[in-house]
Design a binder for this molecule. Structure first.
Ligand SMILES: [Zn+2]
Length: 371
């Protein structure tokens, strides 16, 4: 295993590129310093004016979870005079804190739709996605993409405002990370759908009618209707600690008990099952959500690499046992079966079997307990 010389991102991370000096495109933080953010803000004003001119009631759809980022998105849109319709895909593992923060977000002064998907379909789809790709969050990511776009089409709303562009924040190598529109090509590459669309899941377990909530309007239809989908992170400098501070000042609350997955106690707080999605990366690529979070801390100059390594060592094994129990209970499968399926996705290029257990060669933390 090889790692970035500057942060803790491994070479196994998908869509990442390393330069000759062994640094990953955590260099995007340097790129961000070179961006003329005032010019980007002026571009955003143009987007706003255009939406307000064309809006026949609501000017924009904001896909929201209730998290710090969506709270920040809503505040930005209100600040610039947009009239938003906030839309949520209701996660089956929504936490009490997630509901509280969502209620707080609505209270900022927006109309809101909470969209639930038939649990029977959602469970079948989730299990199938886990079995086929080791990616239980494919349904979630498709729902997050399709529901807001469909709402925009149905209510004739000219703008959809997404938050950060994960391709830009965490590395991605083609032009998509430079762009700002979110379309089907982006979804296939960065949307965590394993390169699939809703059409690929129709079969014995899921009928075409079952897939209705996951079907999104075509790029052609969005274009014909003049619906623009943007990432706010293209127009404003995106940093989790900033969005957190702003959201907190407006009623958002973090998790008092500490981080549920990863390093931040204010991220991934609204859903009990998101940790499962992040956890599978350990099998597939040999890193966890904490690696991503710590790399971001290093990039933003708030932590040294040595401090990050100390955090990883102190954390040790990060298997989210309690969440796995809840997830298995929801799906109606045993823990044994769950881990059996996870095991199928253990990457042999990352993991070696040694002394009766699995190990990562040249792991970033040398004295790691693998048993
Ligand atoms: Zn790096």
């Amino acid at each position: 295993m090889k790692y970035c010389q500057r942060c803790v991102t491994p070479h196994s991370r998908p869509n990442i590129r390393f330069d000759e000096s062994g640094r990953c495109n955590c260099a995007t933080s340097d790129d961000k310093d070179r961006i003329d953010w005032d010019a980007r803000e002026r571009l955003f004003r143009e987007v706003v004016e255009n939406a307000r001119r064309r809006g026949k009631g609501w000017d924009c759809v904001i896909p929201v979870s209730g998290g710090k980022d969506s709270t920040w998105q809503v505040l930005k849109c209100l600040e610039y005079g947009l009239k938003p319709l906030a839309v949520t895909w209701r996660p089956p593992g929504r936490t009490a804190l997630g509901q509280r923060n969502l209620d707080n977000l609505i209270g900022l002064g927006v109309d809101h739709l909470d969209f639930s998907i038939n649990p029977s379909v959602e469970k079948r789809f989730t299990w199938l996605a886990l079995e086929r790709h080791g990616a239980p969050a494919v349904p979630m990511h498709m729902a997050l993409f399709s529901i807001p776009l469909n709402v925009a089409v149905k209510y004739d709303i000219p703008l959809v405002v997404w938050g950060e562009n994960s391709a830009f924040e965490y590395g991605g190598e083609d032009d998509a990370r430079r762009g700002f529109a979110l379309d089907e090509a982006w979804l296939r590459t960065y949307g965590v759908t394993q390169g699939t669309t809703w059409r690929d899941w129709i079969g014995e377990e899921l009928s075409e009618r079952d897939m209705t909530p996951y079907m999104w309007p075509s790029d052609g239809e969005l274009k014909a209707r003049g619906i623009l989908a943007i990432f706010l992170g293209y127009y404003f400098r995106w940093d989790p600690s900033t969005t957190y501070a702003v959201a907190r000042a407006h009623g958002f609350r973090e998790r008092a008990e500490g981080a549920r997955t990863g390093f931040y106690n204010y991220a991934d707080v609204d859903d009990d099952f998101i940790s499962i999605h992040h956890w599978l990366k350990w099998y597939k690529f040999g890193f966890t959500r904490t690696f991503d979070n710590l790399s971001l801390e290093i990039r933003n100059g708030r932590m040294t690499r040595d401090e990050a390594l100390r955090v990883l060592r102190e954390r040790g094994d990060e298997t989210p046992h309690a969440d796995i129990d809840k997830f298995c209970a929801w799906l109606g499968v045993s823990r044994e079966r769950f881990f059996e399926v996870c095991e199928k996705f253990r990457n042999p290029e990352v993991w070696s079997r040694r002394n009766g257990h699995w190990e990562i060669d040249n792991f970033i933390v040398p004295e790691w307990s693998w048993s």
